[in-house]
Write a protein that binds this ligand. Structure first.
Ligand SMILES: [Zn+2]
Length: 331
């Protein structure tokens, strides 16, 4: 970009950030205003402009794509499927649009956090490895050179999986007391804690749980704190490894803070992530649903090479609203 003047670079940097913020996942009452939040643009401007002045790619770090939920009522299996593919295509397109504004382009480094906390979810390390390999294969097919994957296995090469997690926690995790205090104070930490507790309840409340409901709730609240503790450790390590990258998050974030909450699809209300659901093709386009909800709505599985990859729902009016779910027959 050496042929560009400083004002040119400034304008291009603003446009790059605006492109990202078009897909911002916002915290309710988080303080963002307008279709694209100008306070958030300003907050990230120096970092992005600095990268662009040096002519490097704009670098994003996104902890995401951990592993499939262990709950078979939500997903099709342990491997990435069309749900992941659609999200990766979406992120790839975002990078392509940035490359139109700024030719060196951008890279979104997907920092899979599956290995960071799979033991807490009851997911086997082999399944984390299989999922990560599947993500790499998808990136190879659609995302090169804009998407890359980085995992805990890349940090502690050759170490045992349990040892990797122990080293990460010992080096980077905040104390549980610190986290409890943050959650008690409300805002983004509280909403993240509630969201993770809800997912844990969904994932662990299957037939294998033999205790009482209140004991399960206690267990899930406890596990949620440990998931956040490990995620936080992973985030700190990534900050150290990629200090000039812009941090993205799949969780909504308050206005003008270090992380930008990002959607994984063009729909503003998409809360379900690819690893907690299945892709459903409807006459209005693709959407994500929990597997059981898709099947109750009459969606039919689609197979590629003998493996179900997603569902098709023939009529748009078959798509269930939350209150209707469960009343639909298998048409
Ligand atoms: Zn904002």
């Amino acid at each position: 970009m050496s042929d560009l003047t400083a004002p040119d670079i400034e304008l291009a940097a603003v446009e790059v950030i605006r492109e990202v913020l078009t897909h911002q996942r916002r915290l309710r009452d988080g303080g963002c205003t307008g279709r694209v939040c100008l306070r958030c643009v300003r907050y990230h401007l120096d970092a992005v402009r600095g990268t662009m002045e040096s002519g490097r790619r704009v670098e994003f770090v996104l902890p995401a794509f951990p592993t499939k939920s262990p709950n078979p009522a939500k997903v099709l299996g342990t491997l990435p499927d069309l749900a992941e593919e659609l999200a990766l295509r979406f992120l790839n397109t975002l990078c392509e649009r940035i490359a139109e504004i700024y030719p060196p382009g951008a890279v979104i480094r997907i920092c899979s956090d599956g290995r960071v906390f799979n033991d807490l979810l009851g997911v086997r390390d082999e399944d984390v490895s299989g999922y990560a390999e599947g993500i790499n294969a998808l990136i190879g097919r659609i995302g090169g050179p804009h998407l890359e994957q980085f995992t805990l296995d890349d940090v502690y090469r050759g170490a045992g999986h349990q040892d990797m997690r122990a080293m990460l926690s010992a080096g980077y995790a905040p104390s549980l007391e610190e986290l409890r205090e943050e959650v008690r104070a409300g805002g983004a930490p509280l909403s993240m804690y509630r969201g993770i507790t809800r997912f844990m309840l969904e994932d662990l409340s299957g037939p294998s749980w033999t205790g009482t409901r209140s004991a399960l709730q206690r267990r899930c609240r406890d596990l949620a704190y440990q998931v956040i503790q490990r995620s936080r450790a992973w985030g700190r390590l990534l900050d150290e490894l990629f200090p000039t990258a812009v941090r993205l998050s799949i969780h909504p974030q308050p206005c003008a803070t270090d992380k930008i909450g990002i959607l994984l699809a063009d729909t503003p209300d998409a809360w379900l992530t690819p690893w907690h659901g299945v892709a459903v093709e409807t006459p209005g386009g693709y959407t994500l649903m929990k597997r059981a909800e898709a099947e109750e709505a009459g969606a039919q599985p689609v197979y590629t090479a003998g493996r179900a990859t997603h569902y098709v729902l023939e009529r748009a009016d078959d798509a269930p609203t939350r209150s209707e779910t469960g009343n639909r027959s298998r048409a």
